[in-house]
Design a protein around this ligand. Structure first.
Ligand SMILES: [Mg+2]
Length: 390
């Protein structure tokens, strides 16, 4: 991929920016949006740029944020408000190309190949998106433009807030050379520490190593590193229907054995997964968790549900059950992850009930569905039912 064709668009400090927009008195102040109930055990969802100056960042425990920034304004998240703003933003993005891959409530990739004749070149499209988002929502968005997803995402992050950064093919080498290694996908704290042992701190430090060497030393992650350190990434932008599961995992700098701390992480990750499901109007009937211990032994467990879910609380509770029931928290963890799969569109989730229900219940369910969703979906449901019966 040589041509500029991928955009990564990312709202700036989204939740706190929405709060600042809603209440002008908050503008220019350190605003920290936390979980729904803002307990000290919760984590920061978004910190305004003013709060970031104090070292506050998302995913930090609220208690720690309060120590760093005692005079900050702490607000509980108002998801309905953010969802509405997100909807406006995405309706703008989708006007430019049908190929919009939603990464979260405030972030997406766009493939704008073939849209030039209608909307101008990719840089012009990025400019138009920024202007339109500002005009319609009174919020700022940063956009990165490049030849692939990886570089577009790096570009959007480069000059936040309100940035527009373009990385052309001829600029890739100079851009990557001095890029901190942990900016590369798949390089977390633990991997970065391993690389530091070999004096690898920047993407350019990878270049002297051959693909074979990296593969032998670090396996799959090494192969990825070989390509990404050179700005090579061939993944396509995928629109929503292709999403198979939504998950999140975290590798800890130090192994964690404190259960409360792990549950706090688990809750934070549930919120992230829930956001992504909600913002794509998806629900799922399988919850899975993953743990890795200090000896690198890795386990995953999953649970199937009769009813599809997407709320953070439900995801959290199911994931917690999985951890407890399987006694997975008896040793310190270096990694914790959770996700939801077997996805369906919101509104169609009840179809999943049909496989193990008897006929009476089925009729009732069909009636309920009919009232709720109208005729089209019901005929599909009946077809499904008949096929099962055959
Ligand atoms: Mg953002």
């Amino acid at each position: 991929m040589d041509k500029l064709q991928i955009l990564h668009a990312d709202m700036d400090a989204f939740f706190s920016a929405v709060e600042q927009r809603e209440n002008p008195e908050l503008q220019g102040k350190a605003v920290i949006v936390g979980g729904v109930n803002l307990s000290n055990r919760g984590v920061v969802s978004t910190a305004s740029y003013e709060a970031r100056k104090f070292g506050v960042h998302s995913a930090m425990p609220i208690a720690q944020a309060k120590k760093l920034c005692p005079d900050g304004i702490y607000l509980p998240a108002r998801h309905g408000l953010y969802k509405a703003a997100s909807k406006e933003v995405f309706s703008i993005l989708k006007r430019y190309t049908p190929l919009v891959e939603k990464l979260s409530i405030d972030e997406a990739f766009l493939d704008v190949r073939g849209c030039e004749r209608l909307y101008g070149n990719p840089v012009e499209i990025a400019e138009k998106i920024k202007i339109e988002v500002k005009k319609k929502t009174d919020l700022t968005i940063s956009v990165g433009v490049s030849v692939n997803k990886f570089l577009a995402k790096l570009a959007s992050d480069f000059d936040k807030p309100d940035g527009l950064t373009v990385i052309r093919k001829k600029d890739i080498k100079s851009f990557m050379r001095h890029l901190d290694i942990d900016k590369i996908w798949g390089v977390g704290d633990v991997f970065a520490a391993k690389l530091a042992e070999k004096n690898i701190y920047k993407a350019g430090d990878i270049w002297p190593y051959s693909l074979e060497e990296l593969k032998n030393n670090y396996g799959k992650a090494g192969v990825k590193l070989f390509f990404l350190s050179r700005g090579i990434d061939n993944r396509d932008v995928k629109s929503r229907s292709e999403i198979k599961s939504v998950s999140h995992e975290e590798t800890f700098a130090d192994n964690i054995s404190d259960q409360d701390k792990l549950f706090a992480y688990l809750f934070k990750m549930s919120e992230k997964v829930s956001f992504r499901l909600h913002s794509n109007s998806l629900k799922g009937t399988t919850v899975f968790i993953k743990v890795r211990y200090s000896d690198f032994n890795t386990y995953s467990r999953q649970q199937s549900l009769k009813v599809a879910i997407n709320s953070s609380e439900e995801i959290y509770q199911r994931a917690k059950e999985l951890l407890m029931q399987n006694d997975l928290l008896t040793k310190p963890l270096r990694l914790l992850g959770l996700g939801v799969s077997n996805l369906c569109q919101e509104g169609q989730e009840q179809l999943n009930l049909f496989t193990d229900e008897n006929e009476d219940q089925l009729d009732q369910t069909i009636d309920q569905l009919k009232r709720k969703y109208g005729f089209d979906k019901i005929s599909r449901a009946r077809k499904l039912y008949l096929n099962n019966d055959d």
